[in-house]
Design a protein around this ligand. Sequence first.
Ligand SMILES: [Cu+2]
Length: 348
Amino acid sequence: MVHFVIVGLLVVASTLGLGLFLTNAPILPLQASEQAITVDWLFNIHWWLIAFFFSLITVFILYSVFVFRRKRGERGDGKYVSHNDRLEIIWTAIPIGIVLILAVIGASTLADVERRDANALTVDVYASQWVWRFEYTAEVQTEAGETILTAVSTDTLVLPKDRQVLLRMRSADVIHSFWVPEFRIKQDVLPGGDEFVRELRITPNLEGLYKVRCAELCGQLHYAMLADVQVVTPAEFDAWLAENAGDCNLGDEQCGQRWATTYGCTACHSLTGESGVGPTWLGLFGHEVSLSDGSVVTADLEYLHTSIVDPNAQVVQGFQPGIMPQDFAVRLTEEQIQQIIAFIVSLQ
Ligand SMILES: [Cu+2]
């Protein structure tokens, strides 16, 4: 009996020492998101279980080895025990119980990590060999005081503190994986288009600079597939968004396509040949256009430019003047207009 008390005390002491050491050792990186708190909590439960079972087994073995060793003058053969049903049932039932409890805890932790916040900020993430690109669509105030919808494209992921961000991720080539160790959670990014968009929700709760690391071996420069992550205050985030709205570095055609979507052009102009509220853009450039005053002009670069900044100057036959917004000359920069034109030119 006294042996059990001693072993019990040793196991408790060892569990406490080991558990406190493991859960406090600086093993994990900084904890910078709400999901990280949840994940680390689960991690610590496992550390404690590991500490307990490690202690239980090693204390039993070491105690037996030292205390029950063959002493000088003793005979070498002990009592033969073939098996013990009760013990076997106990050491089967207890681990089953533990595994079931862990499954429940794990499922509820996963639900917690994936919890949706209706107010989440959406960021589109584009991965390709070997760069990350982040796109925000946001409402910003112009100098004129009106609110416009605009897009920001950047290679730095800027996030407001304490607000959930929904990352909608896609890959242009092979499988990549979005991972910021300080946020703990990780998600593979798949090629294959809209069907394969993968989502990840993160609520950063600590301002600072972190790095996205690709966590899927994706080719020669996989190791260099990094991007900066900057967690800032909500006010700083709004200022950053307003400052960068209108920036695009994807090449003229692609930027033009983006402006055509974010400024609503494609709501009236189809890219596929059918007329909508306005004429289609497919095959427009370089072809002849009949105007409502009976004249025929060739849709060259100058014509496209005039059509955007002063739509009523030359109205296309079969369409009404005044339907197309008249204020693109002030809402768009000259660079954006040129990019949209480049996009229209590409639609042949
Ligand atoms: Cu990658």
